[in-house]
Design a protein around this ligand. Structure first.
Ligand SMILES: Nc1nc2c(c(=O)[nH]1)N[C@H]1C(S)=C(S)[C@@H](COP(=O)(O)OP(=O)(O)OC[C@H]3O[C@@H](n4cnc5c(N)ncnc54)[C@H](O)[C@@H]3O)O[C@H]1N2
Ligand code: MOO
Length: 409
C-alpha cells in the first residue's frame, strides 16, 4: 500500500526529540571516558588546589614587607630554608623573611605572595634583596581558587573534552559514569545498489549512503553498524528492520522513503510490532520524503535515497535525536555557525526550510559563502561544500551580499 506524505514542519519534528530516552550508563576508567558524555553531576568534594601554590620560581614573602621596594630602594629580607617541592613547609613565615620556593611549591603559613627570582639578589647565605614589590596573592594560585569544595563543576550530559578529563583527574575520579555509545544500524535499500567491492552492472550503482552515514554517526560519537544492502522486497526489509531494531539503539534505512511503487519502508514500519509512525514527510529541502517511527523506545528513520538528501537530513534532523539518546544535554544546539557573505542570490520556496550547500572561501580577509549548485543525487556537491545555509520557511530567498550564518558540515 502507498501512503502519501503528510508533511510536517521541522519545528514539530524537533518537538518529538524529548520522547526518546537516553541509552543506559556504564562506568569507565578515566582514560577511556575521554570524548564520551558524562552520566553524573560532578561536585567538588575538596578544594582545588588544596593549598596556596607558587606560580613562579622566587621567594615566598608577606607582600607588605615588599611595599615600596625598588632597584634604588630594595627591601632586605632574611632567607629561610628552601621550601621542598611536594612538601608542607615546617615553619611559618615572619614579616622580615623570604622563603626560596619553586613554581608549584606550597607557600608557608604567613606568606601571601611570591617575588620572582629575577627581581631579587642574594646578598649572602642569609639575606636577599627584593627589587620589586608584590601585591597580595601575586604569583600564587590560592587554595580553592580553581574550585571550592561543594561547588558544582560539570553536569550530566556534558561532553568530556580534554579539560573535563583534567578536572576529573584533579578530583581523583579513577572511574567515571558515562552514557553508553549508541549503536546506530544502517540499512541501504534498492535493487540498483551494490556493495563497494562489486563492479556495478549497467543500471546499478555502488552503495554510498552506508558509508556517508557511518561517517556522520562516528563523528557524532555513535557506533555505526552497517547491515548491508536490502533488495526492494517487503519481506527482506521487514526481516532486516526487525533485526536492526533488536540490535541497535537507532535505525537508519536509506532509500525507499518516497511514494514510488517499490518504496516499502512505510509499510514495513507500519507492520513492525510496537511501532508508531510519527513522521512521513518534512517540509525541508532536500529531504522531504523522510520517515520517522518509534519502535518501542527507539527511533527508526527512513531517509531519502539521494546521497545529498540523506546526509543533509542526518545533519539537520537526525543528529539532535542522536545527541538526545547519547545523553547530551545540549541536543537542541546546532553548534556554532560561521558568519559569511553570500556570493549570489539564492531562491527558496515559501513554506519549507531550505538547506543550501555552500563552500567557504576567504578573499581579502573576508569570508564568503559560495553556493554549490547541483542535484541532490550528486556527491560532488557535498565534496565541494563545507557548510549549509538554512533558509527559513517564511523566507523567499536570500540576496547576494547578505551576511549569513552558515552551519559547518
Ligand atoms: N513522485 C515522487 N517521486 C519522488 C518524490 C516525491 O515527492 N514524489 N521525492 C523525490 C525526492 S525529493 C527524493 S530525495 C527521492 C527519495 O527517494 P527514496 O527515499 O524513495 O529513495 P530511492 O528512490 O530508493 O532512491 C533515490 C535515489 O538515491 C539513490 N540511492 C539510494 N540508495 C543509495 C545508496 N545507498 N547509495 C547511493 N545512492 C543511493 C537511488 O539510486 C536513487 O537514485 O524520491 C524522489 N522521488
Ligand atoms: O528532498 Mo529530495 O530529498 O530533494 O532530494
Amino acid at each position: 500500500m502507498n501512503h502519501f506524505f503528510k508533511v510536517m514542519g521541522l519545528d514539530r519534528v524537533m518537538g518529538l526529540v524529548p520522547g526518546f530516552p537516553a541509552v543506559p550508563l556504564e562506568t569507565l576508567s578515566l582514560s577511556r571516558a575521554s570524548a564520551r558524555i558524562l552520566g553524573e553531576d560532578i561536585t567538588a568534594d575538596q578544594d582545588l588546589p588544596g593549598f596556596r601554590r607558587s606560580t613562579m620560581d622566587g621567594y615566598a614573602v608577606q607582600s607588605r614587607a615588599t611595599f615600596g621596594a625598588s632597584e634604588a630602594n630594595p627591601a632586605w629580607l632574611r632567607m629561610t630554608d628552601t621550601i621542598a617541592m611536594g612538601q608542607t613547609p615546617t615553619f611559618s613565615l615572619a614579616s622580615d623573611e623570604a622563603a626560596p620556593i619553586s613554581t608549584g611549591g606550597m607557600l608557608p603559613d604567613g606568606a601571601d605572595s611570591v617575588v620572582m627570582v629575577e627581581h631579587t639578589e642574594p646578598v649572602d647565605d642569609a639575606t636577599v634583596e627584593i627589587y620589586k614589590s608584590v601585591a597580595p596573592l601575586q604569583h600564587v594560585v590560592d587554595r580553592a581558587e580553581d574550585y571550592g569544595k561543594g561547588q558544582e563543576i560539570i553536569t550530566a550530559g556534558t561532553l568530556i573534552r580534554p579539560q573535563e578529563s583534567g578536572v576529573l583527574a584533579a578530583l581523583g575520579m579513577t572511574d567515571v559514569k558515562v552514557f553508553k555509545r549508541p549503536v546506530v544500524a544502517i540499512i541501504s535499500t534498492g535493487d540498483e545498489i551494490v556493495p563497494v567491492e562489486e563492479t556495478p552492472a549497467p543500471g546499478k550503482i555502488r552503495d554510498m549512503n552506508s558509508h556517508t552515514l557511518a561517517g556522520l554517526i562516528s563523528d557524532a560519537g555513535g557506533i555505526p553498524m552497517q547491515l548491508g544492502i536490502v533488495k526492494d522486497n517487503r519481506d527482506d526489509l521487514f526481516e532486516a528492520c526487525s533485526r536492526a531494531v533488536a540490535q541497535a539503539d537507532m535505525v537508519l534505512i536509506s532509500g525507499g522513503s518516497s511514494v514510488g511503487m517499490r518504496d516499502f519502508t512505510v509499510d514495513v514500519l507500519s507492520d513492525l510490532p510496537q511501532t508508531e509512525l510519527l513522521v512521513h514527510g518534512i517540509s525541508i529541502s532536500p529531504g522531504k520524503p523522510t520517515i520517522l517511527a518509534r519502535a518501542g523506545q527507539k527511533p527508526v528513520w527512513g531517509l531519502p535515497g539521494h546521497v545529498v538528501s540523506a546526509m543533509v537530513v542526518f545533519k539537520v534532523v537526525v543528529l539532535p535525536f542522536l545527541k538526545k539518546i547519547m545523553g547530551k544535554k545540549d541536543w537542541a544546539d546546532q553548534g556554532l555557525t560561521i558568519p559569511a557573505t553570500l556570493t549570489r542570490n539564492v531562491a527558496s520556496a515559501q513554506g519549507r526550510t531550505d538547506f543550501v550547500r555552500v563552500d567557504l572561501q576567504e578573499r581579502d580577509g573576508k569570508l564568503y559563502a559560495v553556493p554549490v549548485l547541483g542535484k541532490s543525487g550528486l556527491i560532488r556537491t557535498m565534496v565541494m561544500a563545507r557548510a549549509l545555509l538554512e533558509i527559513g520557511e517564511n523566507v523567499e530567498g536570500v540576496e547576494k551580499d547578505t551576511r549569513v550564518n552558515v552551519l559547518p558540515m
